[in-house]
Design a protein. Structure first.
Length: 294
């Protein structure tokens, strides 16, 4: 195992949830008739997961802050989720920030009001839309312009075949902060080459960062040797100052342990100097998500 205590971490992709008491997660709570998932049986995730659980998983590592990314799958519950996340943060300081969401089918007037409401939370840093937002959707242009105007982060869910469209949609919006999440979701790629070429299109947009995470969902393992070609390609395209490592826990916890994942990240980052390694594990996430050092 690597010297974990030597690496300070800000983890910019963690999900907190309470399926035991909140009916916000039908994709994992409905055993019968649930939507099929490429991840397999989502009921395996139907256990509560908060900062206390995460800190057990990451024990031995110097995790200084985490960013919660909206995890609800029931339409209309994300405002309740953000309020609950705020309660957690007020109680013990975790998480340090939150990425919310919107319903892309709601229409722009409703989406704008929704965003205005989320901006009242001091934790709110931006949004991701897990499903239903295409680069040519009617609401995409006003949504991107709203995020840019209010200096909010767009955590981009793009798959290899949608990346060209997103690269075009981002043209002329160079001051919008974009984070391509889960390394571009190669779970949907036909092969490494297709994903790699699509990744380069977004990498050419200098305002796009890459969140290296979620590879366990595609590869079904957190083994660093298996993930290494994918991680190295992300680092080649985006460089150490436009990339950040993240856990995607507890989702990727289905495929291995935190130490195996982060040991693999440390091995991949060993090619860089100390400042660049710090950028990948901590300072890039602090800059992008507006987190002051403790």
């Amino acid at each position: 195992m690597a010297d974990n205590t030597a690496t300070a971490i800000v983890d910019p992709h963690v999900h907190h949830w309470l399926p035991s008491s909140r009916p916000w997660y039908p994709l994992m709570q409905e055993r019968d008739g649930a939507r099929p998932s490429t991840l397999g049986d989502l009921s395996r995730l139907a256990h509560d997961y908060t900062a206390a659980d995460y800190l057990v998983d990451s024990s031995g590592y110097e995790v200084r802050a985490i960013v919660h990314v909206s995890a609800v799958s029931r339409t209309g519950t994300h405002l309740d989720e953000l309020e609950w996340i705020g309660e957690l943060a007020r109680a013990d300081g975790w998480p340090a920030a939150a990425i919310g969401t919107v319903d892309p089918a709601a229409g722009w007037t409703s989406i704008r009001a929704d965003l205005d409401a989320q901006r009242r939370s001091p934790l709110f840093r931006g949004i991701r839309v897990l499903r239903g937002l295409r680069p040519d959707s009617e609401v995409t242009a006003p949504l991107l312009d709203y995020l840019r105007r209010h200096s909010l982060v767009f955590d981009l869910v793009a798959h290899p075949r949608s990346m060209p469209g997103w690269a075009e949609a981002l043209r002329g919006r160079e001051d919008l902060v974009v984070v391509l999440e889960h390394a571009g979701w190669p779970i949907a790629a036909a092969d490494f080459g297709e994903w790699s070429a699509a990744l380069a299109l977004l990498g050419a947009r200098e305002n796009v960062q890459c969140k290296i995470s979620g590879l366990g969902m595609a590869l079904r393992t957190l083994d660093g040797a298996v993930q290494r070609p994918w991680v190295l390609r992300c680092l080649e395209v985006f460089g150490p100052r436009r990339a950040m490592f993240a856990s995607n826990f507890p989702v990727d916890r289905m495929y291995g342990e935190f130490d195996r994942l982060y040991d693999g990240y440390q091995a991949a980052a060993a090619q860089f100097d100390a400042a660049d390694r710090s950028a990948l594990f901590e300072t890039n996430a602090r800059r992008v998500y507006g987190l002051l050092p403790r």
